[in-house]
Design a protein. Structure first.
Length: 234
């Protein structure tokens, strides 16, 4: 069964179609294959098909795969991150998408400094206002960025959001537009050391709309690897 190949091709075609529709440069969108719960062998299949960006939402799982898989993979930490686990990630991930507090940013800064590194991060924003979601409230974003901008070993590259689960992807367009607008607002404030250049938004159900609205990263799991089974052991 070669469904990963077929799925991946379909997702890439859809991204390409929508990137053109939006009049954007095809190079301006990066597909992150979200491999959480799927075995390293599935990651390897996608790798052999040319994918280099993979997303995981748990530190332990990311580290296990990091150890087993080729070192030119760019790992993206996309899940809620506990402060005590930050130290394991530094130097292994190319981007942490899920920073939503100054306390977490401070730990990333400290651990990065220990390793002589600067870690690239995105700030997760809860644009939909769903109570169950992680992420800073839009109204608190500016102050959070001002605080984080003073940390020398983290570099804010952009914003990330997880939109609600919806039947019709069009319902999430408003949230993607809101994230893009927030980026414009923030950039117009000229905070020292802060320039929002990347938006991480769109998942299997709504990545096409997210691409139309300016996503730099789309995070697609099910659409590439199929349904997740949370009970399998890796
Ligand atoms: C699991 C996950 C995804 C991918 O979800 P799919 O619907 O399977 O594409 C994207 N972003 C985050 C933050 C996730 O946790």
């Amino acid at each position: 069964m070669d469904s990963i190949r077929d799925n991946l091709q379909k997702v890439k075609d859809n991204i390409e179609k929508n990137v053109r529709k939006a009049g954007r440069d095809p190079e301006s969108v990066t597909l992150i294959a979200v491999s959480k719960t799927h075995p390293a062998s599935d990651v390897m299949k996608a790798y052999e098909l040319g994918v280099r960006d993979f997303g995981e939402n748990k530190v332990q799982e990311l580290m296990d795969k990091y150890d087993k898989l080729p070192k030119d993979i760019r790992w993206h930490m996309i899940g809620h991150l506990q402060k005590n686990k930050v130290k394991y990630l530094i130097g292994k991930v190319c981007l942490i998408h899920s920073v939503d507090s100054f306390e977490l940013a401070k730990v990333i800064d400290k651990e990065s400094a220990k390793n002589g590194l600067v870690t690239d991060i995105l700030i997760e924003v809860n644009v939909s206002g769903e109570e169950s979601k992680f992420g800073v409230a839009p109204g608190d974003l500016c102050n959070l960025l001002k605080e984080i901008s003073l940390l020398p070993n983290v570099r804010v590259k952009g914003l990330m959001t997880v939109a609600p689960y919806v039947e019709d992807a069009e319902q999430n367009r408003q949230h993607f537009v809101a994230l893009r607008q927030l980026a414009i607002d923030i950039n117009s404030q000229n905070i020292d050391n802060i320039y929002i250049e990347m938006l991480s938004m769109g998942m299997s159900g709504d990545y096409e709309v997210a691409v139309q609205e300016g996503a730099r990263f789309v995070r697609v799991g099910t659409g590439i690897f199929g349904a997740r089974n949370y009970n399998i052991s890796l």
